[in-house]
Design a binder for this molecule. Structure first.
Ligand code: C2E
Ligand code: MG
Ligand code: MG
Length: 589
């Protein structure tokens, strides 16, 4: 009996323990089940066919927004997502806007189950950051090009529907590169931020100012009253640059140019709006910086012509349409022709002879100047070598080098290969670089002078006096020659103080051991002045225009008979006739 009682008590104890365990397990399961209920993020479950089976408390907002009820079907796009996820047995994600928030829903199929779990995440903040990154410029905080284009599309659409005007002002800083190069990129960044702040102050809240890239800003002006209203804003934008900017306790002066286009009149789509404004900007810059310029349709024709020339230039080079003309350079002391300048001409199949002023700037912009320049170098070297071999000379040929060639190619290597291929003595080659190029890239120029000097080639600074560089700065350049620009040779006759610049350049150049060439000498009086000044060399229509190769050869052969004698006899009055007909007429036969 006692034994039975004892067994019973033990069983009772065991049962109690079991019950306690079960109660604990049950409580645990309950609390686990509550996890999804207590989850602050939405959790739902849907059948594989898209019926909503369960939604936790945090999903209430979604249920309300999308009018969903547990036990009923999901909205159609969710439903599609759920059916697809369960069929493919892989999770997928959908996004939706719910009030002020954006949610991402992960549709997670469960293995061997007939339902899909749905986990929601509020991704509003993430989306905002992404938007900021995609649409705003990091440096200035202004809208970037993508957002600008988006706004432009909206404004253009609105302008078309309402018939009200809108305008785009494209702002490009003048010489920003110089600031970057001389003061460093950090200073450049500070300047751009300060400019952004000033521009923002000029516009109304309905307008948009954006940074479109590098040193380019854009403003969308909505509903200006008329063209005057647009001009007023343009001037206001330019005025932002009047006061200097303070960077590192230094006053930095800068200016900008603006191209403006008005729509809906001038443009059909955002791309065209920007193209037009860009054209206006480009034209404006060509005529002096620090101004604004409205787009006019005729600019289109110019651009069209430029494009045609660009295309023609590529084929022209292959078809041998370029030729070199040579203009003699007279050494005043010896009355001998000691050099010539090679000047390019283009025999265009439809437009006839084109001067370099018409196509070199286009070639520079499209970088076609690189292959063209290489051709010029080789051709000039080959021609000079041929003349030397034929017993003319030896004389030196000067070849013009563009800033683009200077920047884009290894000039020393190109020059060396032209010399090697043609066999010309390096002493018979001179390269002309313009003053502005030399000054802008002082270090690179000095380095290049050294390399070319090592090859035996000389360097001269062309168009001197037009780049406004300080004369004393000249001594930094190990160049052999300075060419005084024609404008200062003209001054010899016109100025109240005749030839002051020519005199200063000659005196100083000589003191640095450089030779001086005067360009564009057209009269005997100019020659007399330059001779008295001690100028070394002259070049100009007075003796000869640039001539096609065969005529130049004739000129050399006849020089002694026609000129040298007269010069050595110091005859001051020459028979006014030029004898050499207009260059273009002579060259076309
Ligand atoms: P530049 O190098 O200063 O060449 C002198 C220009 O002045 C030439 O014009 C020449 O014909 C002109 N000229 C010479 N003497 C007189 C004169 O007495 N009176 C007047 N009114 N003009 C005179 P061109 O041949 O039209 O060349 C213009 C510019 O085009 C050149 O100026 C040079 O900067 C550029 N250029 C010419 N050929 C080439 C080339 O092969 N490569 C590069 N990069 N540029 C070139
Ligand atoms: Mg030149
Ligand atoms: Mg020149």
């Amino acid at each position: 009996m006692t034994e039975n009682l004892q067994k019973l008590a033990a069983a009772n104890e065991a049962l109690k323990g079991e019950i306690a365990k079960r109660i604990a397990a049950h409580a645990h399961a309950d609390s686990i089940a509550k996890i999804s209920e207590e989850n602050p993020a939405p959790v739902m479950r849907a059948s594989n066919e898209g019926l909503l089976l369960y939604a936790n408390g945090a999903a209430a907002m979604l249920l309300e927004t999308f009018s969903m009820v547990v036990g009923e079907g999901l909205p159609s796009d969710w439903c599609r997502g759920v059916i697809e996820a369960s069929a493919k047995k892989t999770a997928s994600e959908i996004e939706m806007v719910c009030g002020d928030s954006i949610f991402a829903l992960t549709l997670q199929p469960v293995v061997d189950a007939d339902y899909v779990n749905i986990y929601g995440r509020d991704i509003t903040k993430h989306k905002e950051a992404e938007e900021q990154f995609v649409n705003y410029d990091d440096l200035t905080g202004l809208p970037n090009r993508a957002l600008f284009q988006d706004r432009l599309k909206q404004v253009l659409g609105h302008a078309r529907r309402s018939g009200k005007l809108a305008a785009v002002h494209l702002i490009d800083l003048d010489h920003f590169k110089d600031i970057n190069e001389t003061m460093g990129h950090d200073a450049g960044d500070i300047l751009l931020q300060a400019i952004a702040d000033r521009l923002l102050e000029c516009i109304r809240t309905s307008d948009t100012v954006a940074r479109l890239g590098g040193d380019e800003f854009g403003v969308i002006q909505v509903e200006p009253t008329d063209a005057d209203g647009i001009a007023v804003l343009a001037q206001k934008l330019l005025n932002c640059f009047v006061e200097p900017f303070t960077i590192d306790n230094r006053d930095v002066h800068t200016s900008a140019s603006i191209g403006i286009t008005v729509f809906p009149d001038d443009a059909e789509n955002p791309e065209q709006v920007l193209r037009n404004a860009d054209m206006a900007l480009y034209h404006g810059k060509g005529e002096g910086r620090g101004t604004y310029r409205f787009f006019v349709t005729q600019m289109n024709d110019d651009i069209q012509r430029r494009r045609t020339i660009e295309d023609d230039m590529r084929s022209g080079l292959e078809r041998g349409e370029f030729v070199l003309h040579y203009q003699p350079k007279l050494h005043i002391g010896s009355n001998r022709i000691t050099g010539m300048e090679a000047l390019i001409r283009w025999q265009h199949p439809e437009q006839g002879f084109l001067s370099p002023a018409e196509f070199i700037p286009i070639a520079e912009r499209s970088k076609l100047i690189v292959p063209i320049g290489e051709w010029v170098l080789r051709e000039a070297c080959a021609q000079n070598k041929a003349w030397t071999d034929a017993g003319q000379g030896p004389i030196k040929v000067a070849v013009n080098i563009s800033a683009v060639q200077f920047r884009e190619t290894n000039l020393t290597a190109v020059v060396k290969s032209a010399l090697d291929e043609t066999g010309l003595d390096p002493m018979q080659l001179e390269l002309e670089i313009t003053e502005s190029l030399a000054m802008r890239n002082a270090d690179a120029t000095i380095e290049l002078c050294g390399e070319l000097g090592a090859l035996g080639v000389s360097l001269s600074i062309d168009d001197f006096g037009t780049g406004y560089s300080s004369l004393s700065y000249l001594k930094n350049f190990p160049v052999q020659r300075i060419k005084i620009d024609k404008a200062f040779v003209d001054d010899i006759l016109n100025d109240e103080n005749p030839g002051v610049i020519a005199t200063a350049v000659t005196t100083l150049g000589h003191s640095f051991g450089m030779e001086i060439t005067a360009e564009g000498v057209e009269t005997e009086d100019q020659l007399a002045f330059l001779r008295a000044l001690g100028c070394d060399e002259i070049q100009g229509y007075y003796f000869s225009r640039p001539l096609p190769g065969p005529e130049f050869e004739e000129f050399l052969k006849n020089f002694e008979d026609t000129w040298a004698l007269k010069l050595s006899q110091e005859r001051r009055r020459l028979s006014g006739d030029r004898r050499l007909g207009p260059e273009l007429a002579t060259s076309s036969n």
